[in-house]
Write a protein that binds this ligand. Structure first.
Ligand code: AMP
Ligand code: FES
Ligand code: ZN
Length: 317
């Protein structure tokens, strides 16, 4: 197989583009896909300060690398989630990347700063860990961006992620989520703009990017994700994509161009009536405390109750 761009021997085939590339032309292809997504959806303006949410995995490290290569002013944000070795190893990869390139990395460690970890929050709330995790990420991405004066938060969601989320939302016709499933959410109501510049790249491509660029990344999935629905949807879509290359891209991009607008009014209506959280000032539709402040308070109460029980037992024992 020959490289589509330079006719040298190809190293990677991308069936949905009916193309193959040699290593340098593959890098060019990835950068062009990101540039195209940014332009098409007006993701980042000239002079914008970008905060890249980096997990230490291939997608977000590749994204940070690509944004810097494209000349954007992009700092990183890593959240310590307290998920055992998975979190401590992810932090090591993220710091090594930032230090190796002289980039600024902001770190927020949830256990140190808020007194809980994601597995502990899951026990207290009796819900899956991903629920407290998603809530904390959304809240802390916004907070870090506002505190640091960033215009936009970029995440490493790629085409495989977005197609799988869309598939799950369509299966259950979750119209409220469908209205917000966009590659750009504009800044509004005190929230910074949120963008997903990797929507035109699949995870095979971001992994290959990291290998070619010598980026070491966390290969392990989060232990809480193993066997979850999202991974099942990805596998189902991969089977469809194998049989019919380009299906995933069409599914997601045709949704954006033809269907998403039907769901945005509902999503926008739900943003009405936001008011500042009495704990942290973040915009919320809840009464008084936002969902994150409630979570922090709830875990603190459970921890105090547990300590009191232990002290009582020690006293009587
Ligand atoms: P996930 O929700 O794990 O699928 O991750 C989606 C995106 O959220 C990643 O591509 C990152 O941009 C961001 N992200 C996930 N985990 C973290 C983390 N611990 N710290 C900062 N950003 C993260
Ligand atoms: Fe959030 Fe796994 S990364 S629960
Ligand atoms: Zn709050």
């Amino acid at each position: 197989m020959k490289c589509r761009r330079c006719r040298q021997p190809a190293a990677i085939e991308i069936r949905r583009h009916n193309a193959a590339f040699c290593p340098p032309c593959f890098e060019h292809h990835c950068i062009e896909q990101v540039r195209k997504a940014i332009d098409e959806f007006d993701m980042v303006g000239a002079g914008d300060r970008v905060l890249v949410a980096v997990s230490g995995g291939k997608d977000s490290l590749a994204l940070w690398d690509m944004l810097v290569s494209l000349g954007y002013d992009a700092d990183g944000l890593y959240l310590g989630l307290g998920i055992g070795d998975y979190s401590s190893d992810s932090a090591v990869y993220t710091r090594a990347f930032a230090e190796g390139r002289g980039l600024k990395l902001i770190e927020v460690d949830i256990p140190t700063e808020f007194g809980f970890d994601i597995p502990g929050a899951a026990l207290v709330t009796k819900r899956v860990p991903c629920s407290a995790c998603g809530l904390s990420k959304r809240h802390l991405f916004n907070q870090a961006a506002l505190e640091g004066g960033y215009d936009v938060v970029a995440t490493g969601h790629n085409l495989d992620d977005e197609a799988a989320v869309l598939f799950g939302n369509v299966l259950r016709w979750q119209t409220d989520y469908l209205g917000r499933q966009l590659p750009v959410l504009p800044a509004a109501h005190g929230f910074p703009r949120k963008v997903k510049p990797l929507v035109r790249l699949g995870e095979r491509e971001t992994a290959a990017w990291c290998v070619l660029r010598g980026i070491d990344y966390q290969v392990e999935e989060c232990p809480n994700a193993v066997g979850n629905k999202h991974l099942g949807y990805k596998e189902a879509l991969n089977a469809i994509e194998d049989a019919s290359p380009g299906s995933k891209h069409a599914f997601y991009f045709e949704f954006l161009s033809k269907a998403s607008k039907h769901f945005t009014p509902q999503a926008e209506a739900e943003q009405e009536g936001l008011r500042p959280c009495t704990g942290c000032g973040a915009p919320t539709t809840d009464q008084e405390l936002c969902a994150f402040c409630k979570l922090v308070a709830r875990v603190a109460r459970a921890t105090q109750a547990e300590a009191a029980t232990k002290a009582g037992k020690a006293g009587t024992g």
